[in-house]
Design a binder for this molecule. Structure first.
Ligand SMILES: [Zn+2]
Length: 332
């Protein structure tokens, strides 16, 4: 059993409080490789931003839970080596699907966990989230729970259609579970294919997806003033990365994300954590495809992973500075 504080990590409580009050959002970037981890830390240090490094159940299966925990510990040490005296790094479990998985992560040094019972009947979701909160809070680990269902596919999480969060449920849910933050469904979606072209409107040759349900978000804010809200499935799926992938042999059809202006607007509200995973996958794949197409003789992974890391870092910095507004927001 190891406590996250011994690894130099922090939970989300203080950074969320500041983010809600300050009208910005903390980036939550998924990772499962060393290059992603390095790019996240470099971007956070350069922009002086708090950051949430999150791993899904699939990432744990891919990279090994023990290795990820040491990578997070390494991330803190690396941030300090890069000149950040007091980094604020959270190691978060994304979409925990059972009490046992959440407990296992807490016992291994995670500082924050998500328990996702959103697919369960309401009362079962409440009971499961409450059980995780009771365990987590003994160790000062923060808990994210979810109400409403996001459409899309990401790792082992998938749903055919979305169900918006019902604002009339949020007070009861937050009070009875004791959760520290709430993931809601207002029209974001998992994966790189968030919408079908039929759901979009064609504006100047570009497919624009339906807008996020800001009315629902504002209603939730009114019910739970100052309570930290989380948006999942918030990659914007940049067309230049998709085009690069397709130009160099890829075949990504109709990949559509959430427009960054909408995320920028959401960041100014009680939304204080925005999850971005697909954009990192796209940035990495685009750089690797381009490099290998232009240098067919290369076979040293460092030759193509270095530009991949650079491209992800550039994307992370862009999100922090231009979309979420968390740059310069370290406590000290
Ligand atoms: Zn998610």
């Amino acid at each position: 059993m190891v406590n996250y504080k011994d690894l130099g990590l922090v939970n989300t409580r203080e950074m969320f409080k500041r983010a809600v009050a300050g009208g910005y959002a903390i980036p939550a970037f998924n990772f499962n490789t060393m290059e992603q981890m390095q790019a996240i830390v470099m971007a956070a240090v350069e922009t002086k931003s708090p950051v949430i490094m999150q791993v899904s159940k699939g990432a744990r299966n891919y990279a090994n839970a023990t290795i990820l925990r040491y990578m997070a510990e390494g991330a803190v040490a690396y941030a300090k080596e890069l000149g950040c005296a007091h980094p604020e790094i959270v190691l978060h479990l994304d979409h925990g699907d059972s009490f046992e998985l959440c407990k296992d992560c807490i016992d291994m040094g995670f500082s924050s966990v998500m328990i996702d019972g959103s697919h369960l009947p309401y009362e079962e979701n409440v009971a499961l989230a409450k059980k995780v909160v009771e365990y987590a809070h003994q160790f000062d680990v923060t808990v994210e729970a979810e109400l409403g269902v996001l459409a899309g596919v990401e790792d082992e999480v998938s749903a055919a259609e979305s169900h918006y969060t019902k604002p009339e449920e949020v007070i009861d849910f937050a009070t009875r579970t004791g959760c520290d933050s709430l993931a809601i469904s207002i029209g974001t979606s998992h994966g790189a294919h968030k919408f079908t072209p039929e759901q979009c409107t064609l504006v100047n040759g570009v497919l624009v997806p339906p807008p996020l349900a800001f009315d629902i978000l504002h209603e939730i804010e009114k019910k739970l003033p100052g309570f930290p809200i989380v948006l999942h499935g918030s990659s914007s799926v940049p067309m230049d990365e998709v085009n690069t992938i397709n130009q160099y042999g890829g075949k990504l059809e109709a990949a559509i994300g959430i427009p960054e202006e909408q995320l920028r607007e959401a960041s100014k509200s009680a939304v204080c954590k925005i999850n971005i995973d697909s954009d990192s996958r796209l940035a990495m794949t685009a750089a690797i495809r381009k490099h290998l197409a232009e240098h067919p003789g290369d076979f040293d992974p460092r030759q193509y992973l270095k530009p991949a890391r650079e491209n992800m870092k550039k994307m992370y910095i862009h999100k922090i500075v231009n979309v979420l507004g968390s740059d310069g927001k370290l406590a000290q």
